[in-house]
Design a protein around this ligand. Structure first.
Ligand code: THU
Length: 145
């Protein structure tokens, strides 16, 4: 997927990058010390940010992508134009398998924008590329978001 294909204005892309990099500061990650920030843009153009939240019982931790989507869904926002993530790794990280499936619930082809540490580098893929032949709502007779 190409950057120009994002359904955002240039100003929105700049804002998205800034918020996404800033979202790392929301991270509660005392165990891994691996901060991940996420910002999504809703179909109405609202920006919602979140981060990973870890737990002393490690399995209870939640990734930045899921915590941010939960924030949106709790505000009854189900349609996303793009989901962006960042971490402190020089190279852009990509969503884990559980997050890919979680994102899938809300769209087969959501663009995923992955920033490197400083935001100077990025990768852009849509969910279909990250999770081909996915299982989703329509298999259970539920309309796609
Ligand atoms: N993490 C995310 O927040 N998103 C990902 O896509 C990969 C991993 C978090 C989970 C955990 O808090 C830390 O990074 C180390 O795995």
């Amino acid at each position: 997927m190409k950057f120009e294909e994002l359904p955002l204005t240039e100003a929105e892309v700049i804002k998205l990058k800034q918020l996404c990099l800033e979202a790392r500061s929301l991270s509660y990650s005392p165990y891994s010390k691996f901060r991940v920030g996420c910002t999504l843009v809703t179909s109405e153009g609202e920006f919602i940010s979140g981060a990973n939240i870890e737990n002393a019982s490690y399995g209870g931790s939640i990734c930045a992508e899921r915590s941010t989507i939960c924030k949106a869904v709790n505000e009854r926002k189900y349609k996303f134009k793009v989901i962006a993530i960042s971490s402190d790794s020089q190279e852009a990280i990509s969503p884990c398998g559980i997050c890919r499936q979680f994102i899938r619930e809300f769209g087969k082809e959501i663009p995923i924008l992955m920033f490197g540490q400083e935001g100077n580098t990025h990768e852009l893929m849509n969910l279909e590329e990250l999770l081909p032949k996915s299982f989703g709502p329509s298999w259970l007779g539920v309309p796609e978001a």
